[in-house]
Design a protein around this ligand. Structure first.
Ligand code: G6P
Ligand code: ZN
Length: 586
């Protein structure tokens, strides 16, 4: 038992701009470090949750700059608000899916994740915080709305302080806890309330969960083949230690099959986002034209371990295709799904590849707004078991977050299954698995153009321009409701701002993206990102469906050019934003 602490009510006043975005509150570190900034939000959170007194919560982050300081501050505010126990990941680290696993397995009230996901880290970059509820998933809007309301009226926050240190609130009463050592430390307030900090192994619960879902022996056999090799890029983010444990220690991969495996506070100055632009070194290593030792499979995960990118040898699997292939093979290739699926779900901008799988399998397919939180109710209710987003997110009902390493294991399982009886030297590749999939279900060409850090007003103007285009189209629609867009030859069947009614709780999310659906199932979507930390990020999504096998091998940018040209023209994007090309193309 360590020393006693007292609770002080610290005076504060509201701070503007603390609205939770697509996935938590994300701002520059300098903003978070301003007096009361973090404390205001955390107190507003605690004031929004029922059942906080006497509860246990999990706490951990992706290890980015300021992670440990924030952990210390949050523990003090938690103690002051009557939380009985905080389970902190060792060194303050928990990858996002691991936090979700801990909350579920240990039946906690919720968990706090310190991350700005794939945004850069370091003193001049981003920090972030988000709250997950007892199902292990991101707080629904009913909770985040309450937090926002509280941030606008807050006048004090609670802070646990050292007993007798009358002079101020600076001294941390829990400073004696060594976050690098697993173990429990108990404290008591001067009023007799107990508070415990439990430093837990960051990987144990999560790795055990994954081991229970996959046939690790079959995966080990794949790793043992002479014609199989694997390279994982942890992007100096949180997944390095998890990846070493799973791919090296448990599956027998060589030590160098994990690149950028040491977590760094600034991710080595890089952008820890697993896509073709930011994981360019991995992409080059997997390209047989550039590397004589290109592996059979490459993969990457982001700063906090929830995103994934899957590569074959010289081949990129789009997240939308990845979701579709995993859904199609789940029952036969992955023990966790042996009972089959009743439904799948994807976010609206995600290409509809999985829809074709669902139709063939006769199961439900849900279309939700962008943001993993919208999958929570579907997973809880058993309406869907596998979900995915074009933004490199894939997940299932084992946790309530998308899960990067889970997705990688799914692909290893698919490869192991497809190659169960192939001879060494005749490995069926990722590319052939995907192209065979297209032959059966058709190919959904897909690409996303991002225009990052555009002036906020320009972002709003672009959306207004496209909205006006939709209004004009609707006004000119023929009697069957069919519309035309510019001089594009294919008719438009839907031109709207996507709205979603949750089938479980009836909640409605409006204004989720301007979409144009064409009669041949092609689509164009315009959205403003909800995860940027400054200015506006415009996202333009293009999709085209192709059933002609002879055309399925086309380069996506070539196949989509007419649609993208159309999008740029009708939105007046170049003129409004001053950008002649996107920041990132995925
Ligand atoms: C995070 C969320 C995802 C979302 C992605 C992009 O990763 O967890 O659910 O798809 O951000 O969101 P944005 O609003 O930036 O398009
Ligand atoms: Zn992430």
């Amino acid at each position: 038992m360590a020393g006693a602490f007292r609770v002080v009510d610290v005076k504060t006043s509201p701070i503007d701009g603390q609205k939770t975005g697509t996935s938590g509150l994300r701002k520059k570190v300098a903003e978070f470090k301003k007096p009361n900034y973090l404390a205001n939000w955390v107190q507003s959170l605690f004031s929004s949750i029922d059942g906080l007194k006497g509860s246990s919560i999990a706490l951990g982050g992706d290890g980015r700059y300021w992670n440990k300081d924030a952990v210390r501050i949050i523990c003090r505010i938690a103690a002051a608000n009557g939380v009985a126990k905080v389970l902190v990941g060792q060194n303050g680290i928990l990858c996002t899916p691991a936090l979700s696993a801990i909350v579920r397995r240990r039946e906690l009230l919720g968990g706090i994740i310190l991350t700005a996901s794939h945004n850069p880290g370091g003193p001049n970059a981003d920090f972030g915080i988000k709250y997950n509820v007892s199902n292990g998933g991101p707080a629904p809007e009913s909770v985040t709305d309450k937090i926002l309301t509280n941030t606008k009226t807050i006048s004090t926050y609670g802070m646990a302080c050292v007993e007798g240190a009358e002079a101020g609130t600076e001294a941390d009463p829990f400073a004696s806890v060594d976050l690098s050592v697993v173990g429990t430390t108990e404290f008591k307030s001067i009023d007799g309330a107990a508070f415990t900090i439990d430093v837990v192994d960051s990987a144990a619960d999560y790795v055990e969960l994954l081991q229970s879902m996959f046939d690790f022996e079959a995966l080990k056999a794949l790793f043992a083949r002479s014609d199989f090799s694997f390279l994982f890029d942890a992007m100096s983010g949180v997944t390095g230690p998890y990846a070493k444990r799973i791919f090296v220690e448990l599956l027998g991969g060589p030590a160098d099959c994990v690149m950028r495996g040491e977590p760094l506070e600034d991710f080595g100055g890089a952008h820890p986002d697993p896509n073709l632009t930011y994981a360019a070194d991995l992409v080059a290593s997997c390209d047989p034209k550039k590397s004589s030792s290109a592996p059979a499979m490459g993969a990457a995960s982001d700063g906090d371990g929830d995103r994934n990118m899957i590569l074959g040898r010289g081949f990129f699997v789009t997240p939308s295709d990845s979701l579709a292939v995993i859904a199609a093979k789940a029952k036969v290739a992955i023990p966790f799904f042996k009972d089959g699926l009743t439904g799948v779900a994807r976010s609206m901008p995600t290409a509809s590849a999985v829809d074709h799988v669902a139709t063939k399998m006769g199961i439900s397919c849900f279309e939700t707004p962008t943001g993993w939180k919208f999958f929570g109710n579907l997973l809880d209710a058993g309406n869907a078991q596998i979900c995915g987003e074009e933004s490199f997110g894939t997940g299932a009902f084992h946790v309530r977050e998308k899960d990067g390493i889970f997705a990688v294991l799914c692909w290893l399982a698919v490869l192991a299954h497809e190659n169960a009886s192939t001879k060494e030297g005749e490995l069926i590749s990722i590319e052939s698995i995907v192209s065979d999939h297209w032959k059966v279900y058709g190919r959904n060409f897909f690409s996303r153009y991002d225009y990052e850090e555009v002036d906020s007003e320009a972002g709003a103007q672009l959306m207004a321009t496209v909205t006006k285009v939709q209004e004009d189209m609707a006004a000119a629609a023929d009697s069957s409701g069919s519309m035309t867009l510019g001089d594009f030859p294919v008719k438009v069947t839907t031109a709207d701002n996507f709205s979603y009614t949750d089938p479980i709780d009836g909640s409605v999310a409006k204004g989720q993206g301007l979409r144009f659906v064409f009669a041949d199932h092609s689509r164009l979507v315009f959205r403003l990102s909800g995860t940027g930390s400054s200015g506006a990020t415009i996202r333009l999504y293009a999709e085209q469906y192709e059933t002609d096998e002879a055309k399925q091998g086309e380069d996506a940018q070539v196949a989509l050019k007419p649609l993208i040209d159309l999008a740029l023209k009708i939105s007046n994007l170049t003129e409004i934003t001053g950008r002649s090309s996107p920041t990132v193309i995925t």
